[in-house]
Design a protein around this ligand. Structure first.
Ligand code: 5AD
Length: 347
């Protein structure tokens, strides 16, 4: 029965709410194996066994927000805060480019120091030095005009997870000044401007249920994002959620496969969080339909300060070293790290 639902999902890219709940709650091991096989076949049709890489530059850990799950929330006094200068950022890009990266992801907390002007200056400089590369921003909720300005300065892609598509659940994870409504406004603005837009959520965040997950899947189907990032929730010791259970490997890879059938040609990373909860996490993500990895290019001396969750992997690895390890990891399951830019392929 569940396998019929999986076939229906592959054909129609979405299921009615109640069927999504059944898929999420009733799939057994055989159904899971069937789902992974279907998801991998779909990935293969568009991307073969190529895995794209994105060089992640965590350029500021200052954040004006106080999200309950996040290690760099503003009320965490135990974080030593840092900002990278434009020169620091360009140095990361240069190193990344030498290693074969063709996408740079500038990720940071919501840090008011990086005004529209400063951000545009940084983006323009990267655009000028690396005209062939994609520039991805992941810097949170901004106004339409901010997003437009970054785009005109040369940014191509934007990552903003919606975190949960359920209002009540959203309110449990975030402080009162943040709203799901504004988050969604941001995502639709980004799409309208022309960004390749990424969204996603944490798997197993406190209060998540099959119902909230089904809403996430319906929202993603409606938004039609080019990129979908999901990873397990991992408790951070200095947050209100410190004693909460982590999301699981099984649920995360299951959802990666479901998302692959919902968005056949999307770019879906096997995230660092997935690699953190299990040594084979990222390989299992790829075997469930993921086709992107995002190694860290942030300078080693600040990397420990960008801790969204506990036990993050590759904290001490040189960028070159982690790229090498990733290559081996992917080769061991028959996949190949490629240096291509990795834009979304058409359906
Ligand atoms: N565990 C897992 N993922 C987290 N993120 C933030 N905090 C955690 C955590 N404790 C994710 C959020 C955010 C992305 C940058 O990192 O989903 O959008």
């Amino acid at each position: 029965m569940i396998q019929t639902l999986i076939e229906q999902l592959e054909a129609e890219h979405i299921l009615p709410f109640e069927d999504l709940i059944r898929l999420l709650t009733e799939a057994d091991d055989d159904d899971r194996a069937f789902l992974f096989q279907r998801a991998r076949a779909v990935t293969d049709r568009y991307y073969g066994h190529d895995i794209y890489t994105r060089g992640l530059i965590e350029f500021t850990n200052y954040c004006k927000n106080d999200c309950l799950y996040c290690g760099i929330r503003r009320s965490n006094r135990h974080v030593e805060r840092y900002r990278l200068s434009e020169d620091d950022i360009l140095a990361c890009c240069r190193e990344g480019r030498k290693l074969g990266f063709s996408t740079f992801v500038l990720q940071g907390g919501e840090d008011p120091f990086y005004t529209r002007e400063r951000m545009c200056h940084i983006v323009s400089a990267i655009r000028e030095h690396f005209p062939e590369c994609a520039i991805t921003l992941s810097i949170g909720e901004k106004s339409y005009d901010d997003y437009l300005a970054y785009y005109k300065a040369g940014a191509n892609r934007y990552l903003l997870r919606h975190e949960t598509a359920d209002e009540l659940h959203y309110a449990k994870l975030h402080p009162p000044e943040l709203s799901l409504k504004n988050r969604m406004r941001c995502l639709y603005d980004l799409k309208a401007i022309g960004y390749q837009t990424g969204t996603g959520f944490m798997v197993g965040s406190p209060g998540q249920t099959p119902q909230t997950l089904a809403k996430d899947l319906l929202f993603i189907h409606k938004l039609q994002p080019e990129m979908i990032g999901i990873g397990p929730f991992i408790a951070h010791h200095d947050t209100p959620f410190k004693d909460c259970a982590n999301g699981t490997l099984d649920m995360t890879v299951f959802l990666i496969a479901v998302l692959r059938l919902i968005r056949p040609n999307a770019l879906i990373p096997a995230t660092t969080a997935l690699g953190t909860i299990h040594p084979d996490g990222r390989k299992m993500g790829v075997l469930a339909g993921a086709n992107v990895v995002m190694p860290n290019l942030s300078p080693l001396n600040v990397r420990h300060q960008y801790t969204l969750y506990d036990n993050k992997i590759y904290m001490d690895a040189e960028a070159a070293e982690s790229r090498g390890r990733l290559k081996e990891e992917m080769a061991s399951i028959g996949y190949r790290i490629t240096d291509a830019r990795g834009d979304m392929k058409p359906l």
